[in-house]
Every structure is written in structure tokens, then in C-alpha cells.
Ligand binder design. Structure first.
Ligand code: 13P
Ligand code: SF4
Length: 340
């Protein structure tokens, strides 16, 4: 029988070491929670330094991870760029498995750790490499664009990857009037509407974003007609039609600052509002809460354990990684070409 480790103690030394952060996060993390998080924040920061590790955290991570221990935060595109550019020996990926695989693909010589191997994604689970091969047989010569929310095996079968931040640009860069776009049907429909390219789509969906409804947004607007509505393109088309802005998670964060809006709703995963609220005390965030159960598998105690035991190491078969790297690097080249 295994017993759970005793929680770390909130000592005066921990309080002193984390006091700056405590002040910055006063609006986001309640007083009653701080003594639980702070000892882990202090221990993780110390051990990450000792191990030469960099902590990459997605925008959907909880505030204590996002603000407390991450060296870099961002959307999928930003994290991929950081993985490729950073010179740390170890990357701890606070996000889901496909993000850790992308880091390993771009940084094959680094040790990539994920604090919970079960942190998956409904989009990544919706398609296999065999499915892509069958689609290629059915549509010979049609280029394949895959969303980064896929396994390394699926990326290896693709011509180029994309994220929600650059999907339109990537599809347009191919100069083809027909493209196989996998696996997010709703992102695909959004891209088709913006490019005029005929997209062959797959029926993959994000289990978090597909739950939002247009009626939910109309009801919020009835309460406040000036509400600024920002939505992630993984939402169904009728939801996107109600939004004032559609973009990636980092795009939404930028838009909150740019818009000057006083009341905002982010139609995306729940932790985003908490993370953005710390930087925007002047904005009132309406918070419908759809959590990603995969992102929420990553917790401070698991991040600490990951650094202590150097687990769970994410590996990718070298030949699969080589082919997947071509598709991911081609995506990064598209961004460089446009200066993004
Ligand atoms: P972003 O690339 O916009 O951060 O999206 C990742 C994701 O998993 C959205 O659900
Ligand atoms: Fe996957 Fe959706 Fe979770 Fe993002 S929010 S990791 S797309 S299930």
C-alpha cells in the first residue's frame, strides 16, 4: 500500500521567500490557499535551479503554476518556440502530452518531463497515423495540415502543422485550393471561412470548447450589452458567430489589454481568466467555468515530484520524431516569413 506524502509546511522561511509573489497574486489566489501552495512554489523553484530545468506552462495551467513556478507561459505556438530556443538541459512541461512531445521533437537532446503521463487531449485522441495514411490514399496529392494537438505519429504523417494562432496563415502558405485539415472540425470550419480554401475535415472536437453554446453568450449579453466576448476557435461555429474576437489563448490575452473593455468573457478553459486577471485589475471577468480535466492533472505536488524523481520522461521514436520535426519546423518557418 502506498501512502500520500505529507504536505509541505508553510514556515516563516517559505513565507519570506514567496512574499513578493504573494502580493502580486493577492487578487487571484485566496489567503486561505496560499499556505498550501507556497511551500511547493519555494521547493520547485529551488530544485528547478539545481537541476538546470526550465518550466514551460500553458495558459490553461492553474494560477499557482502559471504565476508561481513557470519560467515561460504561452499558447501552444509560444511554448513550441520556447522549447526550440531555450538552452536548459531539462524541460518540465506543465501542459498536456502532445505539448511535451512537441518539445521533445524540437529539442531531441533535452530531457523532457511531464508531471502526469495521463494528461491527454480529446483532439489528440481522435486520430491516428493510420487514419492520416488512409486519407492520403483517398485524396492523392492533397496536402495535409495537422493541428499541433495531435500525437507525434500523426505529425509525422503530415506536411505541416499549425496552431490556433497561425492556422489561417499555414493553410494559405500552401497555395493549394484543397487541403486536408486535421483533426479539429470547428477550427477547420473557422479557417475555411477565412481562407476560401476547400478543407477536407475530420470530426475531432475539444471536449472543453464544444460544450459552450451560443445561447449562453446571448444570455450574458442580455445582462451586459457592452460585454466583450473573446472565443477560442475550437468552439462550435454558432458560438464563434457571437464573439467579438476569435483567437488563440495568447491572442485572447493580448486582446484583453488592447480592447480597453471593462467587462470581458473568455470563452475557453476556466483557468485563463484567473491567470489574466492578475495583470488586469481594472477588468471584470465573467467566468463560465469549463475545465480541461487533462490540464488539471498537473499540480504543484506533481511538478515537485517530477523534478525530484526526473519523471515522467517523454520519448519519441527517433524516426517518427525526424518526420514530425519537418512538419513542426515548416510551421515555424511560416511564422518567421511573416515576421510573427
Ligand atoms: P492554444 O494554442 O490557443 O493555446 O490552444 C491550445 C489548446 O489546447 C486549446 O484548447
Ligand atoms: Fe485538448 Fe481541449 Fe484540453 Fe486543449 S482544452 S488540451 S484541446 S481537451
Amino acid at each position: 500500500m502506498t501512502t500520500a506524502a505529507a504536505p509541505l509546511a508553510y514556515t516563516p522561511e517559505v513565507a519570506a521567500a514567496t512574499s513578493d509573489l504573494r502580493r502580486r497574486l493577492a487578487r487571484v489566489i485566496p489567503d486561505v490557499e496560499w499556505p498550501v501552495h507556497a511551500p511547493y512554489v519555494a521547493a520547485i523553484r529551488r530544485l528547478a535551479r539545481e537541476r538546470g530545468a526550465v518550466i514551460l506552462a500553458h495558459n490553461y495551467q492553474t494560477p499557482e503554476i502559471f504565476h508561481g513556478v513557470a519560467d515561460y507561459v504561452g499558447d501552444s505556438l509560444g511554448l513550441a518556440r520556447q522549447a526550440a530556443a531555450c538552452d536548459a538541459r531539462v524541460i518540465v512541461q506543465c501542459g498536456v502530452h502532445f505539448m511535451a512531445e512537441t518539445s521533445k521533437i524540437l529539442a531531441p537532446d533535452k530531457t523532457v518531463l511531464i508531471p502526469d503521463l495521463e494528461a491527454g487531449c480529446s483532439l489528440a485522441a481522435s486520430i491516428t497515423g493510420d487514419d492520416v495514411r488512409l486519407l492520403r490514399e483517398r485524396y492523392p496529392g492533397v496536402p495535409v495540415v495537422t493541428y499541433v494537438n495531435t500525437s507525434a505519429e500523426v505529425k509525422a504523417e503530415s506536411d505541416v502543422c499549425c496552431t490556433s494562432a497561425n492556422a489561417v496563415e499555414v493553410v494559405e502558405s500552401l497555395g493549394s485550393d484543397r487541403v486536408i485539415f486535421l483533426p479539429d472540425e470547428y477550427l477547420g470550419r473557422y479557417v475555411a471561412g477565412r481562407t476560401g480554401v476547400e478543407l477536407v475535415l475530420w470530426r475531432g472536437h475539444c471536449e472543453v470548447h464544444e460544450r459552450f453554446t451560443a445561447e449562453e453568450i446571448r444570455a450574458m449579453r442580455r445582462f451586459d450589452p457592452a460585454l466583450h466576448v473573446l472565443a477560442h476557435p475550437e468552439c462550435p461555429p454558432e458560438v464563434l458567430a457571437e464573439a467579438d474576437y476569435v483567437g488563440s489563448t495568447s491572442g485572447m490575452i493580448d486582446e484583453v489589454g488592447r480592447s480597453g473593455a471593462r467587462r470581458v468573457v473568455l470563452i475557453t478553459e476556466c483557468s485563463m481568466s484567473d491567470n489574466v486577471a492578475a495583470a488586469h485589475p481594472e477588468v471584470d471577468f465573467v467566468r463560465p467555468c469549463n475545465l480541461c480535466p487533462h490540464m488539471k492533472r498537473i499540480t504543484l505536488p506533481k511538478v515537485l515530484r517530477s523534478l525530484e524523481t526526473m519523471t515522467h520522461e517523454v520519448t519519441v521514436d527517433p524516426e517518427v520524431a525526424r518526420r514530425a520535426r519537418r512538419a513542426v519546423e515548416r510551421m515555424l518557418e511560416v511564422g518567421r516569413g511573416s515576421g510573427r
